[in-house]
Design a binder for this molecule. Structure first.
Ligand SMILES: Nc1ncnc2c1ncn2[C@@H]1O[C@H](COP(=O)(O)OP(=O)(O)OP(=O)(O)O)[C@@H](O)[C@H]1O
Length: 525
């Protein structure tokens, strides 16, 4: 192996290599170029001179720049044997490595008929790409130079191989490394830009990271589409939850054939190197990133309403299938397109079917409904609470209840809404965390020493907006008792959303154009 960090690196000659190989139907010889690393310290002058001359070995030619070309013409000799032979003859070649992706190209002789092509006539070549897909066993046979040891073990199982990636960048782990070196300490797959997933998806860039895994942008070499790939962490609990995400999204997508319910489309899923991988349609940035691009100044109310309506559609649809999202937040609402005010809801990784509630403590803290903190059985109403928090954040630019822990979270909510109704506390299994025996709030200073007093910061003062319909809408979404909180379906009929339908569609058109003119200028995609 070449050690790039070695102190004697500068004393080594490294010759460039462009590797190509292929068998053709007419049995034209394939040629490989290998990059050679020569140890000049231990190489004699005569050997060095020899290295710069064309080899007399049939089927081997070396360019003055020490590029070695290996031909298939030498009988019963594999490329690796040839390279090995050359290495042994010179004794001074410390290593050879295929440097280029060995991109499976057929090599034809230019200006000569195949019958005249000789193993030594290697000077002018023409490269013709191999047609993918090929079968895994064929890839094993024909492309071994492009494959790591692990890949040589796994590729034969693949029915179709569309893309191999670049050998130089690949992880070359061993059986002793956790998951053959593919995972980091947090069970995340080590993503390599330009490498493949499932011998089909080429990683173009990373898009995001969350508690369940990572998301990257990929080119699907089968369909030529650009997609988003979510790679779930390699741990049982994440596998399990990832499987729920697949199940829930398949169910929702199957019931939304026309794709008008604003829920992300799942395209496929598979397991690759012990990671559950989910392919999604590619969307644009999330609403947190969008707010950030806007320097957290907040969005105009028409745009907030355009987003509200679309989120409500997604939640109404999910709730109609007894599905609770359980992690609604700006990071999980994505623009479909960088220049349009159209969104989709993503990340059903925490979601559940209403009767199958496995976890009791869910949702991201800032958007967490009070019934979760109070230990009360939950319903799709928790997503409606989150919507209330999100819409105010979109309008002001800042989270409504950014609690530093769950005690402060509850105190922040009470500061704005006043204490919860007594009947809610009666069914709470966790009230002792926040209230004393008389159900009076336990007032505790936060990390900065600030004590928040219930009911001292009314919502209308906080959001400073003249649209009373908006205040009423968000106040309803932020109803303490989930049994009294309106559903997404009810909120879609609220005056703030409905108004005069004619006026509304005009306003939404205005929002969309405002969006494209003012926000898309940022070219954030
Ligand atoms: N389909 C997509 N298109 C474009 N970007 C996406 C897509 N899906 C996810 N992302 C990006 O990746 C980020 C993380 O995705 P996701 O929320 O699904 O991961 P997660 O591990 O479940 O996160 P969390 O910790 O919130 O549960 C998103 O916030 C978004 O920016």
């Amino acid at each position: 192996m070449i050690n790039e960090n070695s102190t004697i690196r500068n004393q080594r000659l490294k010759a460039a290599y462009i590797g190509q190989s292929q068998k053709t139907e007419t049995k034209i010889p394939s040629i490989h170029k290998y990059k050679l690393s020569l140890d000049l310290q231990s190489t004699s002058d005569s050997s060095r001179r020899k290295m710069k001359q064309t080899s007399t070995r049939p089927g081997i030619k070396q360019s003055p720049e020490s590029t070695i070309l290996l031909s298939d013409r030498v009988p019963n000799t594999s490329h690796r044997q040839l390279a090995g032979f050359y290495t042994n003859r010179s004794k001074k070649v410390s290593t050879f490595i295929p440097e280029s992706p060995c991109n499976s190209s057929n090599i034809l002789f230019q200006g000569k008929s195949p019958s005249k092509a000789k193993g030594n006539s290697l000077s002018t070549i023409n490269i013709q790409e191999t047609k993918f897909p090929i079968k895994g066993p064929d890839a094993f046979r024909l492309k071994s130079e492009s494959l790591t040891e692990y890949e040589l073990r796994e590729i034969s199982q693949f029915e179709e191989v569309y893309f191999l990636g670049n050998i130089t960048n690949k992880i070359k782990g061993t059986v002793n490394d956790p998951n053959w070196g593919y995972d980091d300490a947090e069970y995340n797959y080590k993503i390599i830009i330009g490498d493949h997933f499932n011998y089909r998806y080429e990683v173009l860039s990373t898009l995001g990271k969350g508690s369940f895994g990572q998301v990257c942008k990929c080119l699907d070499h089968k369909t030529s589409e650009i997609v988003a790939l979510k790679i779930i962490k390699n741990k049982a609990k994440f596998h399990k939850q990832g499987a729920v995400e697949v199940k829930v999204l398949k169910h929702l997508n199957d019931h939304d054939r026309d794709d008008n319910q604003n829920v992300v489309r799942i395209l496929s899923s598979f397991t690759f190197r012990s990671h559950l991988c989910i392919i999604f349609e590619l969307l644009s940035i999330n609403l947190y990133e969008f707010l950030k691009l806007n320097h957290f100044q907040g969005l105009n109310l028409t745009l907030v309403k355009a987003f509200a309506l679309q989120i409500l559609i997604a939640l109404r649809f999910s709730a109609s299938h007894n599905i609770i999202h359980c992690d609604l937040k700006p990071e999980n609402i994505l623009l479909r397109n960088p220049s349009k005010a159209m969104i989709k809801v993503i990340d059903y990784g925490s979601s559940c079917f209403t009767p199958e509630q496995i976890y009791t403590y869910i949702q991201s803290r800032f958007y967490r409904a009070p019934e979760i903190m109070l230990g009360i059985p939950y319903s799709p109403a928790i997503d409606v609470w989150s919507i209330g928090c999100i819409l105010i954040e979109l309008y002001t630019g800042y989270p409504l209840f950014p609690g530093e822990n769950e005690i402060e979270q509850m105190l922040r909510i009470m500061e704005v809404l006043g204490p919860p109704p007594e009947n809610l506390l009666q069914i709470s299994s966790r009230k002792k965390h926040f209230f004393d025996l008389d159900n009076k709030p336990r007032l505790a200073p936060n990390s900065k020493g600030k004590i928040r007093i219930p009911g001292t910061r009314p919502l209308k003062d906080l959001i400073n907006v003249h649209d009373s319909n908006f205040i009423d809408f968000v106040s309803l979404a932020l109803t303490w008792d989930p049994r009294e909180r309106p559903t997404a379906d009810m909120l879609m009929r609220h005056a703030w959303v409905v108004e005069n339908p004619k006026q509304q569609s005009k306003k939404h058109r205005k929002a969309a154009s405002f969006f494209s003119e003012d926000y898309a200028k940022n070219k954030f995609f």
